[in-house]
Structures are given as C-alpha cells and as structure tokens.
Design a protein around this ligand. Structure first.
Ligand code: BGC
Length: 623
C-alpha cells in the first residue's frame, strides 16, 4: 500500500483545541472498599485503577460480590471533581449526570454469584485534576461496610481504603515517557486485575483488544527471529494481510506461507494455550479492484474493467467471510482492517489519477467496502475497522470534512448502517509520529503558528494521536455510535535513535524550530516508502488513551513498502519512484527526495536492512 498526502487549501479558521495526547503517564490507584447492608444482603468490594495522561484517563474497575447472589446490579459512584467525565465505557451501560456516574449490568454479566467478580471500565477526560472516586455503591448500597455473611472473608475490611487516597492521581506529569504506560499489551494476559473475568467467548464486546491476548503470526515471527536481535520482539502481535485471492489459501506476498484457515487454527491453539484471556487476531482486507489507485507499489490483481468488483465479492470477500464464520473460530475475536487507502483516495486523488477516477465513477470502492462490511459485520465475533489514512493526508479541513461525510455515507448504506463499523484505523503502514512531544498545533514561534511552517504546511494536526482523536470526535458528531474505537498502527512510527530530538528547539524561526523539534525525521510528511531513519513504535496495547481501542502493529515491520525497479511478479505490483532514494518527488511530497531506503524488494516481501533499522531506532527502545 502507499499513503498519499495532499495538502489542502490554506484556511484561516482556528480549529477547536485538541487534547494534548503526547504522553501516557500512569496514575494507577486502587481504591478498595467493602460494604454490607443489614437489610438486604448486598455486600461488595470495588477496585478502581486508572491510568491517565494530560486531560485523559482509562479506568478499570472490578466488582466483587461478597453478599447474596445478585440477579442484576447497578454500580454508582461520584467523581470528586466536576471536570471528570466518562467518555466511553465497556462491559456495562454507562451514564453520567453531573458528577454522578452509573453503570448498569449487561445481559452477560448481570448475575453475580456470591464471591464472583466482574470487570468493567471506561475511558474519560478530566480538567484540573483526576482524583479517584471512593463512594462506590451497588444497587444503592455502599460498598464500605463489613461482610455479614459468615462465608465472607474477613480480609475484605474497610481498613484497606485509606491508603488509596484520591489525591494519588494527577501527580504524573505529561513529561513522562510513553514507555511508562500501562502494560495492557494484547500480547500480555490481562493481569491488571487479579479477579479479571472476561465476557463469555464470542461476545461482541465494545473493544476487542481489552483484556485480550494478541495473536502472534508464525510467518512474521519466524522472519523476525531470523534477524540479529529480532527475537526480542518476535512474539509481538502483527496483522495477517490477505493481499490477494491466493493469500486466503496459501499466504500473502513474500515469505508468508500460511492461509487464513492456517492462521485461525493456530489462533485457536494459541488461545487454548493462553488460558482464560480471549485472543484477538487481526486480518487486513486488501484486494479492492484498482487497488492503490494513486500509486504503483501495491497495485493489486483485480481491475474494475475486468469484472473486478464481482470477483472481489465472490472470490474474495465471500470466501473470507465463509471461513471466519466457521463455528470452530467463534471464540476468537477477529479484527478486520478494511481496505487501506481506498476511501481516502476518493477524497484527494480522483482528479489526478485515472485509476482513482474509475474507482469513483464505477462506485467500485464504495460498493466493495459496503459489501465487506455487510458480510463481516454479520459474523458476531468479527470486528470491522475502516482505514482512515493519516494526519498528513486528511488533516486539512478541505479533506477532513469530506472524508467524514464519505465514511458516514458508506456506513449508512450498509444493512446495519453506522453500526456495521466498530471503528477506524489511522497510520496503517505509515510512519507518522504518534505524538510530537515538543510542540502542538497551538504552538507559536515568534508570533508565527507552527501551522505556517513548511513541515506542517497549514495542516490542523501535527501527529497521529491528536488526529485519531479529532477524527473520532467528528465521526461521532456525524452520527457514528459513541462506542466507536480508533486504532493507530504504531509498528514503524517510533523515530528513536540518535537523530531523535531530546528537547524543543530554541530557534525563533518557525521552520527551524519545527525542523529541529520534530521527532518525525522524514524529509517530508508525504513520504511513505521504506523510510530511512524510522523505528518500531509503541508496542501493541489496549486502551492507550480516551477513544482509542488500541495501538496495533498492522504493517509487519520488515515487510517492504515497495520497490523502485520493476521486478517481475504475479502480484500486480509495479515499480514506484517513491521507493527510489534518488527520486525528487512530485506535488504530493512537495518535490522533495523520497527518503526511501535503497535496494528494497517488492511490497510485502522481507527487507532485512529495513527490519534492522526499525529495531535499532525503536522508540520506546527495544533492549
Ligand atoms: C503490500 C502487501 C503486503 C502488505 C504487508 C502491502 O504494502 O502490498 O502485499 O502484504 O503491505 O506487508
């Protein structure tokens, strides 16, 4: 795939303030309380732990029933500060009125036997500070008494609460490194809570990454471990790409040999070996006719003019959906990433590229994506995330508004409407920094906004996390459900190593300031092929920030983005000048050098030198 930027027109509109999401500092607290009611035998303990960053938080709660069996429950508590808000919760129906928060049980977790526990949580926001709540109640009864039943353990005494003071939260400064963030990696078991109880297998949960283990793709893992030092990250969860019809049965491009059933069978095996945590496997749906219409590196096998849309439906999507619907796989959480770059190409590249023009006028991209959504959403344990390019493609208002409208129009045209979409993913196979730590879109230098710098080029976003959050807000405002979750591909956006700035520049020239301060070291934010200097980024993990379902590794690090010389192949792939380090670019990258590494193989094929650079320049570092 490729990722084509297209600067939009200059606009003088000042955009709303965005959450400064540069950091993921942890404020982990555990407020514990116990309670009994003399009349009703309700007795409970609630554990609350929150991670936080500037303006945002992600909280996990565990309710333990110490009293009689409950057939239904409602948890209530009060936020100590008026600026604290629940934005998006899971494993309960969440609501908030003023500072009072209420979470009512769902069908699958409403009965709680004596001694049983259930976990729930939410992502939220805060303003001045973020103290933990302490006044938990179940069905109106405070969880702060002593268990009355003789069977209840004396260890659940109120004496544990004073140490969990609300004041523990906001002290973590935003300047802490992202590496200090919670270890909710999909490749780790949900050890956050000792009494974690996942919903019944196969439940369609709000966030399929929450509390789950990530599938390790043996094909990628083997290639990674064969590289010097590669075994350090070879058990990271990466996506399976179905990049052509043949990949369904015998593996995607390059060194990959496992088909979809092989992967799902292996996922069932990994799931069983992992114990109680559910397993999440990620599959990229990537074979639309006229694929990658504005570039050459990842052109595909199907052509609109050759009956491509009909073949896409019957030989590709139907076959994939048929396999995923097999009851053998019903306990897996199958995440699908739907058609990287396709809908964004309809926003920016129709007038310049004949193949995109055809994709639009025939309706093939829209109908193909709708067909995929209908088939995949119909399978209860399959999750759908539509690709939404990245900030340096869609971050200008002239592109942002239209793509929000297009996403809404596409989803509205499916059988389940906007509910057929679980979320969106940004930065797939791209290199945009997750967060620029030394400036935001609101930074000015000597009276000039960073928006005026050549690097930012009037964009409204300077990094991926602010873009993903801003896009989610706009999509929800447009009519998508509030459960919508975002993913960010962090497989290659680490930008560590010796070239990484360690502080903000002191220059008073806005261009120099931005160039010296930015951690994204590309020559131009529109460069996308095998970028020199890049490193692996944040390791995959769930709930990294409000509105984000997970950081994920979708592009398997070490697989090439494309070749600059024509290499004979049966994958429909061409030679792309953007993969040639001597190419001076075009209007899409400001006629700059491409920044590509030399000597790359075809897209999807193993590129050892790139893997080694990504490992060496990882941020957070891999040691
Ligand atoms: C290629 C695919 C490959 C994927 C993951 C894409 O750019 O076109 O063939 O499977 O990257 O490496």
């Amino acid at each position: 795939m490729r990722s084509t930027p297209r600067p939009g027109a200059v606009s003088s509109t000042v955009r709303r303030g965005l959450v400064a999401a540069a950091v993921l500092a942890i404020g982990s607290t555990a407020a514990v309380a116990t309670a009994t009611s003399a009349s009703a035998a309700v007795s409970c303990k609630v554990t609350y732990s929150a991670s936080q960053w500037q303006g945002g938080m992600s909280a996990n709660l565990t309710i333990q029933n110490l009293g009689d069996a409950l057939s239904n429950w409602t948890l209530t508590f009060t936020f100590p500060n008026s600026g604290q808000k629940v934005a998006q919760g899971w494993s309960a129906n969440w609501s908030q009125s003023g500072s009072n928060v209420s979470a009512t049980a769902l069908d699958w977790n409403k009965s709680l036997a004596t001694g049983a526990s259930t976990s729930l949580g939410f992502n939220g926001t805060w303003t001045s500070s973020n103290p933990s709540p302490t006044d938990f109640k179940i069905n109106g009864v405070s969880c702060n008494g002593t268990p009355q039943s003789p069977s209840q353990s004396p260890s659940q005494s109120p004496s544990r609460s004073p140490s969990q003071s609300p004041s523990q939260s906001p002290s973590q400064s935003p300047s802490q490194s992202p590496s200090q963030s919670p270890s909710q990696s999909p490749s780790q078991s949900p050890s956050q809570s000792p009494s974690y109880s996942p919903p019944p297998p196969g439940t369609h949960v709000d966030n399929p990454y929450s509390g789950a283990t990530g599938y390790v793709n043996p094909d990628w893992s083997r290639s990674a471990s064969n590289e010097p030092g590669g075994s350090k990250i070879a058990n990271t969860s990466t996506a399976v790409w179905l990049d052509r019809i043949a990949a369904i049965s015998s593996g995607s491009a390059g060194q990959n040999s496992m088909g979809l059933r092989d992967h799902l069978d292996e996922a069932v095996r990994q799931d069983a070996a992992n114990g109680s945590a559910p397993l999440t496997i990620q599959v990229v749906i990537y074979d639309l006719p006229n694929r990658d219409c504005s570039a050459l590196a990842s052109n595909g096998e199907l052509k609109i003019a050759n009956n491509g849309l009909a073949r896409y439906k019957s030989e590709y999507i139907d076959v994939i959906a048929g396999i995923m619907a097999d009851s053998k796989y019903s306990n897996l959480r199958i995440v699908t990433v739907i058609e990287p770059d396709s809908l964004p190409n309809l926003i920016t590249n129709v007038s310049n590229f004949q193949a995109c023009q055809e994709a639009q006028s025939s309706g093939a991209y829209v109908q193909g994506v709708q067909y995929a959504l209908n088939k995949l959403h119909a399978i209860r344990n399959v999750y759908t995330y539509i690709d939404a390019a990245h900030h340096a493609w869609l971050g200008w208002d002239t592109n942002f508004g239209p793509v929000v409208n297009l996403f809404h129009q596409v989803a509205s045209g499916t059988t389940a409407g906007v509910n057929s979409v679980d979320g969106f993913i940004t930065n797939t196979a791209n290199f945009a920094a997750l967060s620029e730590p030394y400036f935001t879109i609101n930074t000015s230098v000597n009276g000039q906004s960073v928006r005026q710098s050549k690097w930012v080029d009037w964009n409204y976003y300077v990094d991926e996390q602010t873009f993903a959050v801003g896009l989610r807000n706009a999509l929800v405002a447009k009519g998508f459900p509030n459960t919508l979750g975002m993913l960010i591909d962090t497989s290659r956006n680490g930008w560590g190593g010796s070239a990484r700035p360690t502080k903000a520049s002191t220059s008073t020239n806005v261009d120099t300031f931005v160039n010296e301060s930015r951690v994204d070291r590309r020559i131009h934010a529109g460069n996308w092929c095998n970028q020199s200097g890049a490193g692996m980024g944040e390791r995959p993990r769930a709930n990294p920030a409000a509105g984000l379902d997970a950081y994920v590794w979708i592009k398997p690090p070490g697989e090439s983005d494309g070749a600059s010389a024509q290499i004979p192949n049966d994958e429909g792939k061409g030679a792309d000048p953007m993969c040639d380090p001597t190419y001076h670019g075009n209007s899409l990258n400001g006629n700059n050098l491409s920044g590509a590494l030399a000597g790359a193989p075809l897209s999807g094929h193993w590129f050892s030198a790139q893997f080694q650079q990504l490992l060496a320049n990882a941020y957070p570092p891999i040691s």
